[in-house]
Write a new protein. Structure first.
Length: 278
């Protein structure tokens, strides 16, 4: 017998399942945060109780005081922001060209760009390092920005292509008839309609550039390390400094969480629109 969604037991079951799922998803974050607030003795005691301990900020004091966090943060922000901007700019142009061009197989061309994205970064790491050494441009943030842009560009093209296909070309034609230039058509007509698509592409592109480790490990030096590479510095020959690793990890996840929080509405609208319909 059909049971309506308004049934109180059914609604209660839905909310209980959602709460359970939220707890499961948040538990690793809580473990990371709790471990970052413990000293080494408490961590290595192996106490499974995560809610009852005396918190300490010594791990954060070390990171901000002697961990050169500000330098690594600046490197990650520069690499993530610039590569995201370049990816959205170039990917938007390519996606628009594919969406408005009329030729056989354009959808196949747009979708086939994902084949490049399916290649793991670890496979590209050694050739990328050999190329950088051959050109003598090691220890430069521009190199990392270039490779991250190339890595994220296929996904951005595929995603934005689906959004551009949903915009009627008659809107552009009407704007041109009214005297708008091509740049005015793009910025005043297309771009406002593409906010959801660009928000989704931006969060995924920034997240990959922010968290990527293999390429950053091989292509950076002491002064150009990003935050994920800096975390590996706490794996020493004397042991693993779990407290400082978790403290750095807690700080690393904050910018993407803030970015996602403020762009949540656009991201939800984007995930349920362009790429699904396209």
């Amino acid at each position: 017998m059909y049971e309506p969604l308004g049934n109180p037991w059914r609604v209660t079951g839905h909310y209980l399942c959602l709460c359970l799922l939220a707890v499961i998803c948040l538990m690793p974050i809580w473990v990371m945060l709790a471990t970052s607030l413990k000293d080494e003795i408490t961590i290595f005691q192996g106490n499974p109780i995560w809610f009852f301990f005396v918190p300490t900020l010594e791990n954060y004091e070390y990171i901000f005081g002697r961990g050169k966090f500000d330098r690594y943060l600046a490197n990650s922000v520069i690499v993530g922001t610039v590569s995201t901007f370049l990816t959205l700019f170039l990917g938007g142009l390519c996606a628009y060209a594919l969406a408005r061009s009329r030729f056989t197989g354009r959808t196949f061309v747009a979708n086939s760009t994902l084949l490049v994205r399916m290649v793991p970064p670890a496979v590209l790491a050694v050739p990328a390092f050999a190329m950088v050494v051959a050109f003598g441009i090691t220890n430069d943030l521009l190199v990392l920005i270039f490779f991250y842009t190339a890595l994220n560009l296929p996904f951005a093209i595929w995603l934005l292509f689906g959004f551009y296909k949903q915009i009627p070309v008659e809107l552009e034609e009407a704007a041109i008839v009214d005297g708008a230039s091509p740049l005015q058509v793009f910025f005043r007509v297309l771009l406002p309609l593409m906010k959801s698509g660009y928000a989704v592409a931006a969060i995924f592109t920034f997240r990959i550039a922010w968290n990527e480790f293999i390429l950053a490990l091989l292509l950076t030096g002491r002064k150009t390390r990003t935050l994920p590479v800096a975390v590996s510095g706490f794996l020493t020959d004397t042991g693993v400094e779990w407290g400082r690793i978790m403290a750095m990890g807690t700080l690393i996840v904050i910018p993407p969480l803030i970015f996602t929080f403020f762009a949540a509405r656009q991201i939800i609208a984007g995930l349920t629109a362009g790429s699904v319909k396209g």
